[in-house]
Design a binder for this molecule. Structure first.
Ligand code: ZN
Length: 286
């Protein structure tokens, strides 16, 4: 049996992974080599294999089934490359839990996800400002820099604060050098949105009757000129900025997103986990 507190609402539909790209490769089996150990985390591994697709929770204000969309970032945060359904993954989760005063059972349950999510969100300066009740003023639009055509998506005119634009340019170049799959796709990681004026966002949210929703908050981080949306492709039938679960699951399994999760911090960028495409420049390297 797992340690206490694991009896969360698992919708028992079997391990119906959401398609081949869902990151379910490790589900139901131990994983190879070191990831298959230790046996003490075998039960937690089974829990994680199921929870990644079946756990019903609402981490970002919308009911979701499972945390497979967040698996790449979870692995990065707890410091393991082991498959989600392996004891090695569960052991890494347990170590993170122990270091954060949580019961170290190794399962990514709602309490653990909430703690990890808080860490992710607090890494965004914009979120820290909003928590303090501040909506930052937009920059002088005349001083914004245009993202070069080679780094923008399908001719989009994307503007950012100059330092953020230069960091983005360096980051895209590094990704193309590092991974031939990214280099081979001229749209991968290109910017499709950057600075948006408060007036533009207000008009759009009013038109769409969605000023407070997830998609476009009344005070959007895009007003800072430090937030950028990067193309990660889209699942068939979806747009690059669709927050449908099937689309997000597709995007987090692209080479571009995987590379960003591992490397964006070196260039000062942090991700809003709910939107794989949304990145914010912090001006800081770890
Ligand atoms: Zn965005």
């Amino acid at each position: 049996m797992l340690a206490g507190g694991m009896e969360y609402r698992l919708v028992v539909t079997g391990l119906a992974c959401l398609g081949a790209l869902s990151g379910c490769a490790g589900a139901g089996r131990a994983g190879a080599g070191a990831c298959a150990r230790p046996q003490a985390f075998a039960d937690a591994a089974i829990y994680n294999a199921a929870a990644q697709t079946n756990l019903v929770f609402d981490p970002f204000g919308r009911i979701e089934a499972g945390w497979a969309v967040y698996a790449p970032r979870l692995g990065r945060t707890v410091g393991t490359a082991c498959p989600v359904g392996s004891p090695g993954f569960a052991r890494a989760v347990a170590r993170w839990q122990a270091a954060h005063q949580l019961d170290p059972h190794g399962g990514v349950d709602p309490a653990t996800f909430e703690a990890i999510k808080t860490e992710w969100q607090d890494a965004r300066p914009f979120v820290r400002l909003r928590k303090a009740g501040v909506c930052p003023d937009p920059p002088d639009e005349a001083r914004l820099a245009l993202v070069p055509p080679a780094d923008s998506w399908r001719g989009a005119e994307v503007r950012l604060q100059p330092k953020a634009m230069r960091a983005l340019k360096r980051m895209i170049a590094a990704a193309r050098r590092a991974d031939p799959r990214i280099a081979a796709d001229p749209e991968a990681m290109t910017a499709f949105s950057g600075y948006r004026s408060p007036a533009y966002d207000a008009a759009r949210c009013a038109a769409e009757n969605n000023c407070e929703g997830l998609a476009r908050a009344a005070c959007s981080s895009h007003r800072t000129g430090l937030a950028v949306d990067l193309a990660l492709g889209a699942a068939p039938g979806f747009n690059v900025d669709s927050s449908a679960d099937a689309n997000r699951l597709y995007q987090v399994n692209t080479p571009a997103y995987r590379w960003l999760v591992a490397n964006a911090r070196r260039f000062g960028f942090v991700n809003y986990a709910f939107e794989p495409w949304h990145w914010e420049w912090t001006g800081r390297r770890p």
